[in-house]
Design a protein around this ligand. Structure first.
Ligand SMILES: Cc1ncc(C[n+]2csc(CCOP(=O)(O)OP(=O)(O)O)c2C)c(N)n1
Ligand SMILES: [Mg+2]
Length: 347
């Protein structure tokens, strides 16, 4: 019998490095992991800025920025093993690029070319889901199937605070707990579902309790502390059964480039969260420990610039899109209506 105490999250978010870059006394990951978290966050943020710029140049239809959420996305991906599967949303391009999926293939969806521009099986990364919370069920299904087949595979699913109010999430949590499926539900609580603040969409004191209600071990962590997110996800992957992790973070940019966040949130709130930046705090910590110096930081900036330039170059190339592809891969045997529509388009 699982006791309630074993499932409950802490009242305060767990953390390892605070907003000022001070170690809080817990067991930190090894130095090389801290450096790699930092490196990937710097590269990820530069990619994110590049993708936003591409929307302004008409090279991307839309881009949901994850600036400010790098600790969640990079911490989770670095904690994953090769055999694990990632189930991302539209917000999580930085996580996918960090799992070594070629950036141009990731951005193909947001450019409007393909529903998924990369091979999910090659990278063990499911297509980015736009319908909220559908990926939670996919993750549970895959994890349960892997377990039945005797495979050591964990599904890590990323979802937002808003997505936790969707029915799909509740079905997924329930099945995961009943089946003891190896799933990590990482809730990136960034405070908003587009313009709707958390307080208007849930009365729960913490989203982590939603896991406890279904009998699942649940954690509340500082989602801007990459070392903490990494540690929590790694522990969750190593443990039996599912875990829900609520990571407190903030969406620094608007919902997408098509949204104006100044219409619904005060700028001092954004300023407050800029003071809790995930990259700056880790940089302060690494410099204080003399694990990072100016020369190393400059090399890293140069690497990030180089990668961004490569993304820019690839995305500035025009692609040939065959409109008839719209009908491919929908049904093995197309319905008569689709056949007719395809013919009409072709003519
Ligand atoms: C099933 C469904 N309902 C509504 C939408 C429209 N929609 C797109 S993003 C979004 C907000 C999601 O907020 P959250 O889960 O917190 O994720 P975030 O965008 O903050 O990362 C909504 C309502 C959708 N994509 N899917
Ligand atoms: Mg949100």
């Amino acid at each position: 019998m699982t006791t309630l105490d074993a499932l409950l999250p802490t009242a305060e978010p767990l953390g390892l490095i605070d907003a000022e870059g001070n170690a809080l006394g817990g067991d930190l990951p090894p130095d090389e992991i801290l450096l790699e978290l930092y490196r990937r966050m710097v590269v990820g943020r530069r990619f994110d800025a590049q993708a936003t710029a591409l929307t302004k140049q008409g090279r991307l239809a839309v881009y949901p920025s994850s600036r400010g959420q790098e600790a969640c996305q990079i911490g989770a991906v670095l904690a994953m093993r090769e055999q694990d599967w990632l189930f991302p949303t539209y917000r999580d391009s930085v996580a996918i690029v960090s799992r070594a999926v070629p950036p141009a293939e990731v951005l193909s969806l947001l450019r409007g070319e393909w529903h998924c521009g990369y091979d999910p099986h090659a990278h063990r990364v499911a297509p980015q889901c736009t319908p909220l919370a559908t990926n939670t069920l996919h993750a549970v299904g895959l994890a349960h199937a892997a377990r039945l087949k005797g495979e050591d595979t964990v599904a890590v699913v990323l979802l937002g605070d808003g997505a936790t109010s969707e029915g799909d999430t509740h079905e997924a949590l329930n099945f995961a707990a009943v089946w003891k499926a190896p799933v990590v539900f990482l809730v990136q609580n960034n405070g908003y579902a587009i313009s709707v603040p958390l307080s208007k969409q849930t009365a729960a004191p913490s989203l982590a309790y939603k896991g406890v209600g279904y009998g699942m071990r649940s954690m509340l962590v500082d989602g801007n502390d990459a070392a903490m997110v990494y540690t929590a996800v790694k522990q969750a992957i190593a443990s039996d059964g599912p875990t829900l992790i609520e990571a407190l973070t903030y969406r620094i940019e608007a919902h997408t480039n098509a949204d104006d966040a100044t219409r619904y949130r005060p700028s001092d709130e954004v300023q407050r969260w800029l003071g809790r930046d995930p990259i700056a705090r880790l940089e302060t910590y690494l410099r204080a420990r003399r694990l990072l110096d100016d020369a190393a930081a400059e090399r890293l900036t140069a690497e990030a610039e180089e990668r961004a330039a490569a993304v820019r170059e690839e995305m500035n190339r025009d692609v040939e899109v065959d409109p008839a592809e719209l009908f491919a891969h929908v049904y093995a045997t197309p319905t008569p209506a689709l056949v007719a529509q395809r013919k009409e388009l072709e003519s």
